[in-house]
Design a protein around this ligand. Structure first.
Ligand SMILES: [Zn+2]
Length: 379
């Protein structure tokens, strides 16, 4: 038997049904009619049984120390996982590496143990060592291949990777004094291990721990180069010299508010156009932006800000019979640096034919007399 209660129209608490309005009604059922209710089935409270407390975390409903320990660990683990994910999103790494790291920290990467659980594959073996089953803990922790990566990259080897990568991350990045660069490097290494593992599986590439470490150094350096803040005032500068190292053209111009790599790529493009106009057919190009040189050489994918400039450079490069692009350190590129510095104050582009400006002449003299220049040297 049902009881119908009409709610007074002044009461604002009644949510109920979409058409409730001010005259809405709510229907309550008496316990005796619950069993007959089609949506509630036949389960009814047993009046003969006393109420009792039940411990949810254990399967039999009884409290145990073991289940309490697991409960505490699970809460702590989830708390630490959240803290690591928060730190991950603030790292200075590429967005795609953050997405990868997020999947890794959430345990959502499609490792072979998970795929076999879903019945997608039968082979669980780790493609990097062929010794153990591929789990995330194995792949990013105690796989022989990955352990060698940790050793070569100088990641703290005193931690016990057998405990699983999350425990190690907790120890390295939560319990010890936080080092964001180390966290960025570790996540990028994991990403490169994952890429290497995928290449072994899908294109049967060979895996080498040293190439993983070196690739990560290039990736991180390129990203740092691109984020180098020099947005207040940038100027590009270049010098073209003949095979006897005599200056043919030197030029500089103000680029404006931009990043250093954009200024470097602008200088490179302008220098190629000038060299082409001057009738050069063979060129050796040296630049001190590793990101720009690597992007032109196809070693790294250019960031979107550089994309158009890099395309221009590659297109113009095809008009030379011989051309190469080489990275040199800034200390060895001091002539172009000295010329570029003049561009900051220039209202319009500056050109010098068959000579360099007096501000760069000392640098030119030094460069002609000395072959090469040690890192850290400045005029
Ligand atoms: Zn392995």
């Amino acid at each position: 038997m049902g009881a119908e209660i009409t709610t007074p129209s002044s009461c604002q608490r009644l949510p109920c049904r979409p058409n409730s309005g001010s005259n809405a009604t709510a229907t309550f059922l008496e316990p005796s009619s619950l069993a007959a209710h089609p949506q509630l089935g036949n389960k009814t409270p047993k009046p003969s049984r006393e109420d009792e407390y039940i411990w949810g975390p254990s399967s039999n409903g009884r409290f145990s120390i073991k289940s309490a320990t697991w409960l505490q660990y699970d809460h702590l683990h989830k708390y630490n996982q959240s803290k690591l994910i928060y730190k991950l999103w603030n790292l200075n790494v590429q967005p795609k590496i953050k997405i990868f790291g997020w999947l890794l920290l959430r345990g959502r990467l499609k490792t072979r143990d998970r795929l076999s659980k879903f019945g997608i594959i039968n082979d669980n073996s780790c493609p990097l060592c062929n010794r153990d089953n591929e789990t995330a803990d194995h792949l990013f922790g105690y796989c022989d291949f990955t352990k060698e990566v940790w050793r070569l990259a100088n990641i703290n080897t005193s931690v016990d990777w057998e405990e699983g990568y999350l425990k190690v991350f907790e120890e390295l990045f939560l319990l010890q004094p936080y080092n964001a660069d180390l966290f960025a490097k570790t996540i990028t290494l994991c990403w490169q291990v994952w890429k290497t593992r995928n290449n072994v599986i899908f294109i049967t590439a060979s895996a080498n721990p040293m190439s993983v470490v070196m690739s990560v150094e290039v990736i991180m350096k390129s990203f740092d180069d691109f984020n180098t803040i020099s947005r207040d005032s940038t100027a590009s500068g270049f010098i073209i010299r003949d095979h006897d190292a005599r200056p043919v053209i030197a030029a500089t111009k103000y680029v404006g508010n931009s990043t250093t790599p954009v200024a470097e790529a602008t200088a490179l493009r302008d220098s190629l156009i000038t060299a082409k106009d001057k009738g050069f057919t063979r060129l050796e190009v040296e630049g001190d932006s590793k990101l720009v040189i690597n992007a032109v050489n196809g070693i790294v994918t250019p960031p979107w800000r550089l994309l158009k400039l890099i395309e221009d450079i590659r297109t113009i490069a095809t008009s030379f019979s011989q051309i190469s692009f080489k990275h040199i350190y800034r200390e060895a590129n001091f002539i172009a640096d000295a010329i570029a510095n003049l561009g900051h104050e220039a209202m319009s582009p500056l050109f010098w034919s068959d000579k360099v400006p007096s501000e760069a002449s000392r640098a030119l003299l030094f460069d002609v007399v000395n072959i090469g220049c040690p890192r850290g040297f400045f005029l």
